[in-house]
Design a protein around this ligand. Structure first.
Ligand SMILES: [Zn+2]
Length: 364
């Protein structure tokens, strides 16, 4: 049955289904967990179980059929990234005046609304929450429960305050899910009105076993690398773009070159020159920054004598050489400078120049 397709965190899934069975499901639930741990998959499964027309039972608990009209329509949003990209594109094609007033929402079933963070700031905005407030008090149209999924619950201040009003008096027939990798970033007043459930990352060995089934084309050492880099997030591991990661990592190592005493900077400039403006360059730069963070973190693990935590263990000899050159203050300041590059990207600074100045600032 479909809930059995959810990997890991069996106790959390059971708790949620037991609450469904008792019809005492809380009105607001925070599901926290690292990227790729299945927060959205689980919220979608619950939305289906709440609205399934067949209402099957497995292991004595409510499940969903995956075939009825409600399940099928809710499932159209399972591929959230695609639905999100469509919504963003539709907005791009509007007239300027309409564009400003249109907020990104994903809805494939009249009773289930997904509220993703709104670009470019990638935060939930007050107009999105107002949309929820306008419709949440109407009875469900075709299902039994209205479901609102904040797929990445990071709110602008005004939006968070508006949400509080809904959480104070939610209607009987509505459930809100707030998905986050960092529940402490939510207002304490929001947290106190929600039930908080945590999806733990899966052990690397378990992720590797799973990858052996779904990504048989990867070599065992590649599966081991992906499992570690994804930090136990199954969903992230499954759809991991290994080639892009390895390319970003090669670039990241080149960026660390000047710090390691490489005097010829031409290799560095060749690399940074490929980080251009526009959407494609943005994604590429985000990958690079994330990869740099993970390398710096690995250096910290090596410096603090805990090599077993190193994620990029396939290049451990190279990392060990870098770690021998680096000291703690250097790693800390590199991490801070990387944070500055990251916030500069949000302000649309020139990527190539920002990366050059990051790399040369690491020289000692
Ligand atoms: Zn169904």
């Amino acid at each position: 049955m479909p809930f059995s397709d959810f990997h890991g965190n069996a106790d959390v899934v059971r708790t949620l289904r037991e609450m469904l069975a008792r019809e005492h499901f809380p009105h607001a639930v925070i599901i926290s967990g690292p990227q790729g741990s299945g927060k959205f998959t689980l919220a979608q499964m619950l939305a289906k179980a709440m609205n399934c027309l067949e209402r099957p039972v497995s292991d004595g608990l409510p499940d969903f059929c995956g075939r009825c009209a409600n399940c099928v329509r809710i499932a159209e949003a399972d591929a959230l990234e695609e639905r999100f990209a469509e919504a963003v594109e539709a907005r791009e094609n509007l007239r300027d005046a309409d564009k400003r007033e249109t907020r990104i929402l994903v809805q494939t079933h009249p009773d289930v609304l997904i509220i993703p963070p709104d670009p470019p700031q990638m935060l939930v905005k007050v107009d999105q929450v107002r949309h929820v407030i306008h419709e949440i008090y109407y009875k469900p149209a075709e299902g039994r429960e209205r479901v609102y999924i904040f797929s990445d619950a990071e709110f602008m201040k005004e939006a968070a305050n508006s949400l509080l009003k809904v959480l104070e008096e939610p209607p009987e027939f509505a459930t809100l899910f707030l998905l986050t990798d960092n529940p402490s970033a939510l207002l304490p007043t929001i947290r106190s009105r929600c039930m908080i459930l945590r999806l733990a990352p899966l052990p690397a060995a378990e992720v590797e076993q799973y990858l052996a089934r779904v990504r048989p084309e990867w070599k065992p050492r590649e599966r081991a690398l992906v499992a570690r880099v994804c930090g136990g997030g199954l969903g992230r591991a499954r759809s991991f773009d290994l080639a892009a990661y390895l390319a970003a990592r090669q670039d990241a190592l080149t960026l660390l070159g000047p710090a390691m005493g490489t005097e010829d900077h031409s290799a560095l400039f060749r690399v940074t020159d490929t980080y251009r403006s526009g959407a494609e360059g943005r994604t590429k730069t985000e990958h690079l920054i994330r990869t740099l963070y993970s390398l710096l973190e690995d250096l910290l693990f090596l410096k603090s004598g805990t090599p077993e935590f190193v994620r990029n263990h396939d290049i451990q000899p190279e990392l060990t050489r870098i770690a021998a050159e680096a000291d703690f203050p250097w790693i800390v300041s590199a991490t801070q400078r990387l944070g500055e590059v990251e916030s500069g990207m949000r302000r649309n600074l020139l990527r190539t120049l920002a990366l050059d100045s990051f790399a040369t600032s690491l020289e000692r």
